[in-house]
Design a binder for this molecule. Structure first.
Ligand code: FAD
Length: 486
């Protein structure tokens, strides 16, 4: 490699990581000023970063495919390579004679060492190495409270960053790029060879039906949300049976759209939604920022309790109940509908994420890390920060968390947020004929009602895996054992 003759002068490499877009892509914009651009995506081996789960790998395949088409259309085809970026990128730079390497920052602490080491290595070789913001509205490691610490409570955090979130307007997509087609032909691997999609069995049909991965899919979803679905967001966002949230989370998780692009569109004229709806939506985007602020400052958030007293919590390891929860067979319809929505579509409504997570950690007293790992594998929006922070929030061990003693009643949650049972009917078809009065508590229905609905409890649909009151008392008693731990 050391003696390779460069095939081009003053080329720039864009190291694409979690940014599957050409719009608002500062690294790509910087590279476009060079005489040639080589965008490269590396399937990293030996990386300390957590490997993507199955659902995100499915998404990644399609996202890379779309990005590759776009870049090729602009004139700079994408190079796919596998290995250690700290070896691959300098090697590629030598081969093509790159004078600069650009990337957009990823804030996952497990990637920081890789990125910092690469930067040093490139600079030592006289190659410009520069990183840019974009994935977030703020720089999560720099923000500090008056006391010099990171924020652990959402409201003051949001007050601190909200005034500045419009200061970095999104960048336009480059209209054309000068690429190195020969570089791709010589070096690129083939996406199909990476086998990111499931085969034997191919369980991705439900996800393919629900989503359009890629930058265009993200843009269309945002436009549709702002124009047609955002009105009433502040109230309707809690109702899982209606399509009232943006569904942008997998596009954000895969970097197909940036929060700056979303905020700019929100501030534009594309929606008639009321100020309360806009403000609520901004705040939700703010929760994503908060989760990243926590992770950037607490690298062990996905594994370690934020609140150390939970280290002594008497979790119960029971494979049988964990499996029932994962498969949506707990006998609590709202929980089962959520877990099946997740399995079928790779996504679950936020209200139901809270209910299912509460059920696992409180009713079943299963360690939140089990739930976090299952979501990590099955969510198309699995995000190291939001997933870990949200699980800890629900479990009670997290920053600014919901108190452990606040235990969702799955029947009341169902009756409040899915009063006619539309959501349950969609995802738990064996209960589709149940009248609304009993759809969230079929075990209380008279035999004649069950028979008329074609439900045989214990056969076509399970009996409740735990009794709500008993499980609640057990969880509260367990919490008492750690309540006073310092
Ligand atoms: P919208 O209501 O349209 O909100 C717009 C955007 O704001 C979302 O796309 C998301 O980026 C952000 N957002 C909204 N709510 C939250 C929140 N509570 N926390 C952080 N960001 C939020 N979100 C993920 O993106 N990835 C995850 O892995 C993830 N795991 C979760 C696990 C649990 C146990 C819980 C309770 C929540 C989790 N969330 C996660 C947060 C939230 O459920 C999803 O972001 C939201 O449901 C995505 O749907 P949407 O895009 O339609 O949201």
């Amino acid at each position: 490699m050391e003696n390779d003759t460069p095939i081009f002068r003053d080329a720039a490499i864009v190291w694409i990581r979690n940014d599957m877009r050409i719009g608002d892509n500062a690294a790509l914009t910087a590279a476009s000023r060079h005489t040639a651009v080589v965008p490269a995506f590396i399937r990293e081996s030996g990386s300390p970063a957590r490997p993507l789960g199955a659902a995100r790998n499915w998404w990644l395949h399609h996202s890379l495919s779309r990005l590759s088409e776009k870049l090729e259309g602009l004139g700079a085809p994408l190079v796919l390579m596998s290995g250690d970026p700290s070896v691959i990128i300098p090697g590629l730079a030598r081969k093509i004679g790159a004078s600069a390497v650009y990337w957009n920052r990823r804030y996952d602490p497990s990637c920081q060492t890789t990125d910092a080491a690469l930067k040093t290595r490139l600079q030592d070789n006289g190659i410009t190495a520069e990183s840019f913001p974009g994935q977030l509205l703020h720089e999560p490691t720099r923000l500090r409270t008056g006391a010099g610490t990171h924020y652990k409570v959402y409201s003051p955090f949001w007050r601190a960053i909200e005034p500045g979130i419009e200061t970095r307007p999104p960048l336009p997509a480059p209209q054309s790029l000068k690429g190195l087609a020969s570089a791709v032909e010589l070096m690129s691997e083939t996406l199909d060879d990476w086998q990111l999609r499931p085969v034997d069995p191919d369980w991705s049909g439900g996800m393919a039906g629900a989503w359009t991965p890629g930058e265009d899919g993200a843009r269309d979803r945002l436009a549709d949300f702002l124009e047609n679905r955002m009105q009433g967001y502040a109230e309707r966002r809690d109702i899982p049976g209606v399509d009232a949230t943006s569904g942008l989370s997998p596009h954000l998780a895969n970097g197909e759209i940036t929060p700056s692009q979303i905020i700019e569109a929100l501030n534009g004229t594309g929606t008639d939604a009321a100020t309360t709806d806009r403000s609520k939506f901004r705040k939700e985007i703010g929760w994503r920022e908060f989760a990243w602020h926590l992770l950037a400052n607490e690298p062990h958030l996905p594994e370690k309790n934020h609140s150390a007293k939970f280290d002594a919590f008497p979790w119960i390891a029971d494979e049988r109940v964990l499996k029932a929860w994962q498969k949506g067979l707990t006998g609590y319809p709202i929980v089962d509908a959520g877990m099946r929505e997740l399995w079928q579509t790779g996504w679950m409504h936020n209200r139901v994420r809270m209910v299912t997570a509460s059920f696992l950690t409180k009713h079943l007293m299963t360690d939140w890390r089990e739930g976090e790992a299952w979501f990590w594998d099955t969510l198309v929006d699995a995000d190291p920060a939001s997933n870990a922070a949200s699980w800890q929030w629900v479990a009670g061990s997290g920053a600014d968390a919901s108190p452990y003693f606040r235990i969702f009643n799955p029947v009341l949650q169902g009756e409040k947020f899915d009063p006619e049972g539309a959501y349950v009917r969609e995802f738990v078809p064996e209960l589709a004929e149940m009248p609304a009065k009993y759809i969230h508590k079929p075990w209380q229905a008279p035999q004649s009602v069950l028979e008329a609905a074609g439900v045989r409890l214990g056969q076509t649909y399970p009996n409740p895996i735990v009794d709500h009151q008993g499980a609640r008392q057990r969880a509260l008693a367990a919490y008492q054992t750690i309540k006073d731990v310092a």
